[in-house]
Write a protein that binds this ligand. Structure first.
Ligand code: ADP
Ligand code: ADP
Length: 229
């Protein structure tokens, strides 16, 4: 389950300044759709609308055919796992950080999530260089590694839908590859929306939507968009 549909969605924070002017796209269950576009195009707004943080002024958003206006915000939060741009981690072990919010999860589950997000090697360390479970000084995690901890935390909650908001700050290409590798694995067989800031980070998406001027300006696979320049 988890198919998402935006049907001619219009939205404005300020009525004088429309942000989305009729946006239509679909994320089939089990598929990954990436949203790219210039800064301010409304990419993050799309994820906020999915949680119903704001009401749309026209159109319809559905999950598995159900209008999200008929769903409580609580159920939306359970249905949608959000990996935010900036992840603040606790100065405790990565294991603790991944388990956060799913205290019933046993070690095997936490480790499986860590492996999927490719952060398993750090599980006994802390993010900022404090003492760790193993009595060594912890390693200081990079931004990409922190985001992978957040990915592991989210997938441990096994939400039917995953939303990943990539960092806006310029990531180095090594970090991009690390996050992309983790995300490709995690998004497999899961409905996922990736909010990306660069075409190069979303090679694995089933479809890419280019948002511009409040509308879907282009759509296609990574190869198709590159071919069109
Ligand atoms: P993107 O993620 O594509 O960079 P956003 O969805 O964050 O774009 O923002 C789209 C536009 O809406 C921007 O012009 C931004 O300044 C504006 N905006 C975002 N959040 C708010 C808000 N809470 N109130 C008013 N305007 C907002
Ligand atoms: P609670 O207060 O129930 O602990 P949180 O406020 O920590 O919940 O958020 C629960 C979930 O709601 C998060 O995991 C995330 O998926 C979603 N969420 C919270 N704030 C935002 C936000 N600003 N944008 C998108 N999703 C959010």
């Amino acid at each position: 389950g988890g198919a998402i549909r935006f049907d001619n969605v219009t939205f404005a924070y300020d009525p004088a300044r429309p942000i989305l002017k009729g946006v239509t796209f679909e994320v089939p269950a089990g598929k990954t759709v990436a949203i790219v576009g210039p800064s301010g195009a409304g990419k993050s707004t799309i994820s906020r609308l999915l949680f119903r943080f704001y009401e749309i002024s026209g159109g319809r958003i559905t999950i598995d055919g159900q209008d999200i206006r008929e769903v409580t915000q609580g159920s939306l939060r359970h249905a949608i796992g959000m990996v935010p741009q900036d992840t603040v981690l606790f100065n405790d072990t990565i294991r603790y950080n991944i388990r956060y919010g799913r205290w019933d999860a046993d070690d095997a589950e936490v480790e499986a999530a860590a492996r999927l997000a490719q952060i398993h090697e750090f599980i006994r360390h802390s993010p900022e260089g404090y003492e760790t479970e193993v009595g060594e000084r912890g390693l200081k995690l990079s931004g990409g590694e922190k985001q992978r901890v957040a990915i592991a935390r989210t997938i441990l909650k096994s939400p039917p839908i995953l939303v990943l908001d990539e960092a806006t700050s310029a990531l180095d290409s090594h970090t991009e590859r690390e996050i992309q590798g983790a995300l490709d694995k995690v998004a497999e067989n899961r409905t996922a929306i990736v909010i990306a800031h660069r075409l190069s980070t979303i090679v694995g998406a089933d479809e890419i939507i280019v948002l511009d001027g409040g509308r879907v300006a282009e759509r296609g696979t990574h190869g198709e968009l590159l071919a069109r320049g």
